[in-house]
Design a binder for this molecule. Structure first.
Ligand SMILES: Nc1ncnc2c1ncn2[C@@H]1O[C@H](COP(=O)(O)OP(=O)(O)OP(=O)(O)O)[C@@H](O)[C@H]1O
Ligand SMILES: Cc1ncc(COP(=O)(O)O)c(N)n1
Length: 274
């Protein structure tokens, strides 16, 4: 194995309580042995109970962070999470249009707490200007429904949505996550040629704050290492499952996942130990 250091950057909002956003992404990169960097779009006062306030950083300052990373340490992959405004999306499109590195888009729209994280008028813009640049887009069901314009109630709908995300909206591959559907936690990957299914038993827990961020960051880290899309999604799925299985029982609301959960594989979780 070469000793080249693999790096990745996340462009997203913050979570001072550590479970979602930039903080979850950086913890995930670290656990995957990828050097993590970040460009902050919005500072969010939030915790496991919900969002209290949001401040967007000025566009020129977001651009300065972007340039500070890229002029110094070229990342091997990039992901976006919370991008609230049209101006932010236009900046990211300008910066990544000719980029050759894998680009994972987690099209974060509404937090699990129900608080909006993307302005409503921006939703069409992420679809129109960023999706065509994506190596992988990872919507949950409500986000996919908005992007494709029809409701998703079955696996057939999920597959149809994944095809639209690729063939009509221009992503190279799409993972439509089943976290919000009933039954097993089944995610559908479509890469333009075939479907692959990543399914686990649903873990009965309220502690799923930041699951989407963590999953997409793990996929980004594996793409940064040169893994194929299929391998990266499979490894990301294992990582998020262990992180949910061994969640830390922290906070007064929907608690965070455990980014070192994979190291506890096979051991009793904290709930079972009490
Ligand atoms: N209770 C659960 N048990 C097992 N896996 C789950 C559970 N909830 C979510 N997942 C998995 O976690 C990953 C993230 O999916 P989810 O649908 O929760 O994303 P999300 O809604 O975008 O997350 P968030 O907005 O909280 O960051 C997917 O692989 C999904 O299948
Ligand atoms: C900055 C930021 N990005 C993403 C999420 C989504 O996570 P969740 O839906 O679990 O609240 C979040 N809460 N905050």
């Amino acid at each position: 194995m070469s000793n080249q250091i693999v790096s990745a950057v996340t462009i997203a909002g913050t979570d001072p309580s550590g479970g979602a956003g930039i903080q979850a992404d950086l913890k995930t990169f670290q656990e995957r042995e990828v050097y993590g960097m970040s460009v902050i779009t919005s500072v969010v006062a939030q915790n496991t109970k919900g969002v209290k306030a949001v401040e967007h950083l000025p566009i020129d300052f977001i651009e300065k962070q972007f340039d500070a990373v890229w002029e110094d340490i070229t990342p091997h992959a990039v992901k976006t999470g919370m991008i609230a405004t049209i101006e932010m999306m236009e900046l990211i499109a300008k910066k990544l249009t000719n980029s050759k590195i894998p680009f994972v888009i987690d099209p974060v729209m509404i937090a699990k707490s129900g608080d909006p994280l993307m302005e409503e008028k921006s939703r069409e813009v992420i679809r129109d200007i960023l999706l065509p640049l994506a190596t992988v887009v990872t919507p949950n069901v409500p986000e996919a429904e908005f992007l494709v314009g029809f409701s998703i109630n079955s696996q057939k709908d999920t597959e149809k949505a994944a095809k639209v995300l690729v063939h009509q909206l221009g992503a190279k591959a799409a993972v439509v996550k089943g976290g919000h559907l009933d039954g097993d936690a089944k995610d559908v990957l479509y890469d333009g040629a075939q479907f692959d299914y990543f399914s686990t038993k649903r873990i009965d827990t309220p502690h799923t704050h930041g699951t989407g961020c963590t999953f997409s960051a793990a996929i980004t880290a594996e793409l940064a290492k040169g893994k194929s899309i299929n391998e990266a999604v499979g490894l990301g799925k294992e990582f998020i499952t262990d992180a949910i299985q061994h969640s830390l029982l922290l906070g007064k609301g929907n608690g965070p996942t455990n980014h070192w959960g994979y190291r506890l594989k096979g051991l009793p979780n904290r709930g079972e130990m009490e």
